[in-house]
Design a protein around this ligand. Structure first.
Ligand code: NAP
Ligand code: HSE
Length: 430
């Protein structure tokens, strides 16, 4: 008779329900692959009386973590409640109790990954987190194994499905930001606190995980400069298009000698580039290695089923190891002590959108400030004069300039009486 491998599921929301469905609907093919039946034993929920679309046997539902992590029939705990607390403590307790853990929680892995992986090693259990970055796109495993011989020089990535969905709706359908966000939430893409998506925090967690693996350096979320998408307006997409660009929220990690540049912010990228064509909930991760060259990983970056795909794959790996009586845990190697390059020292091109008094001499004043700060203009267009308020929109593109100089110049431009508002500034890549 086939052995049972017991699963404890923490959280029955979007991803948890997806995982429970896959375990039920694909039970026989999963058992064949694992060499054991994967049996859902316990499901932790905050409110076990809450009506749910997915019907489970009532005896499975529990609302105390101890009921899962002390159950001797539970071999693997899947954590999909999300957020930092109590998820971190639950994972820690599960490991300490000798349970293997699979998690989709990028916040916990980005903040405590090294600590938890070391704890798992100590307790001779596995901790896997493939779904935490790129959802169903295989990334953690390729970084740990298939790309291990490479020196990685750069990662350019769209890592958040919610914001990429919002930006696509804004640029292609002219949809308002809040309506696009509402759609992303209804589709199950957004975090419980969507500010994490919108402000770039979720992408920064994911970049911290990937860059720690890529550069063998302990990268923490606070090392990453982070700007979200809430300042973007439909007009920015229109002007970007006029200049031949698309706007994406990019996560960028670049190695320059002994330093790494780490940042998440909206970016103008050439509209014929591969990343510019990544739309909707899709994510894409472009990796540059010295041996493999340029690689692009592409797929759905959010949603119950893509996340379940990665989670179940992790469960299968652990189940096979249990069946074969082997332990093959990926080692945590953070032996390279690269320093993070300060954001003020990065050099890119910039786009500015300014609202100014529609009077002669404004452009000359702005150009002077930019010139005084060694910022050279590559093009400038005056747009949308408003005869009632006597204002006009000016759009400027610069040549490469240092962030420090640009921030100083923006501060000085803000002081010009003829400048009503610096409506936006966006960095340009490529
Ligand atoms: P979700 O829909 O908000 O589900 C979270 C579930 O956990 C809810 O059922 C919630 O219960 C329950 N929960 C929260 N705190 C709890 C606690 N203290 N004790 C017991 N249960 C608790 O979130 P999700 O979208 O499934 O995301 C879960 C995790 O997967 C997150 O780490 C997320 O970043 C990650 N992830 C999500 C996706 C995606 O597309 N959604 C993709 C990849 C990774 P209530 O219903 O009572 O609130
Ligand atoms: N909220 C996340 C996103 C879920 O939109 O990308 C997948 O990690």
């Amino acid at each position: 008779m086939m052995k049972d491998i017991g699963i404890g599921l923490l959280g029955l929301g979007t991803v948890g329900s997806g995982v429970a469905r896959v375990l039920r609907d694909k039970a026989s093919s999963l058992a064949e692959q694992a060499g054991a039946s994967l049996v859902l034993k316990k499901v932790l929920e905050r409110d076990i009386t809450k009506p749910r679309a997915l019907k489970l046997e009532p005896r499975m539902l529990v609302n105390h973590i101890e009921e899962v992590i002390t159950d001797p029939k539970v071999d693997i705990v899947i954590e999909v409640i999300g957020g930092e607390h109590p998820a971190f403590e639950y994972i820690k307790q599960a490991i300490t109790n000798g349970k293997h853990v699979v998690t989709a929680n990028k916040e916990v892995i980005a903040k405590y990954g090294y600590e938890l992986l070391s704890l798992a090693q100590k307790h001779n259990v596995d901790l896997r987190y493939e779904a935490s970055v790129g959802s169903g796109i295989p990334l953690i495993s390729p970084f740990q194994q298939d790309l291990a011989a490479n020196d990685i020089s750069a990662i350019y990535a769209i890592l958040n499905g919610t914001t990429n969905y919002i930006l696509t709706q804004m640029s292609q359908e002219g949809l308002d930001f809040s309506l696009a966000l509402k759609q992303a939430q209804e589709l199950g893409y957004a975090e419980a606190n969507p500010a994490n998506d919108i402000e770039g925090i979720d992408a920064a967690y994911k970049l911290a995980i990937l860059s720690s693996l890529a550069f063998h350096t302990a990268v923490k979320p606070q090392d990453i400069y982070c700007e979200g998408v809430s300042r973007l307006q439909v007009s920015d997409f229109r002007y970007a298009k006029e200049f031949g660009y698309a706007i994406k929220l990019l996560a960028i990690a670049k190695r320059v000698d002994k330093a790494i540049e780490l940042r998440v912010h909206p970016v103008f990228i050439p509209e014929d580039s591969q990343l510019a064509k990544v739309n909707g909930v899709y994510n894409a991760i472009q990796v540059e290695g010295d041996l493999a060259g340029k690689l692009v990983f592409y797929g759905q970056g959010a949603g119950a089923l893509p996340a379940s795909s990665a989670i179940i794959a992790d469960v299968l790996t652990i189940a096979r190891n249990i069946c074969h009586g082997v332990t093959s845990y990926p080692k945590v190697e953070l032996n390279q002590k690269l320093v993070v390059k300060p954001m003020t020292n990065i050099k890119t091109r910039y786009y500015f959108r300014l609202n100014v008094a529609d009077r002669p001499g404004v452009l000359a004043q702005i150009s002077k400030v930019l010139g005084d700060n060694s910022i050279s203009i590559s093009s400038v267009i005056q747009k949308e004069s408003n005869p009632i308020s006597q204002t006009a929109v000016i759009v400027i593109m610069t040549h490469p300039a240092e962030e420090k100089a640009v921030q100083k110049a923006l501060g000085e431009i803000r002081q010009l009486t003829m400048v009503k508002e610096i409506s936006n500034f966006i960095r340009v890549e490529g």
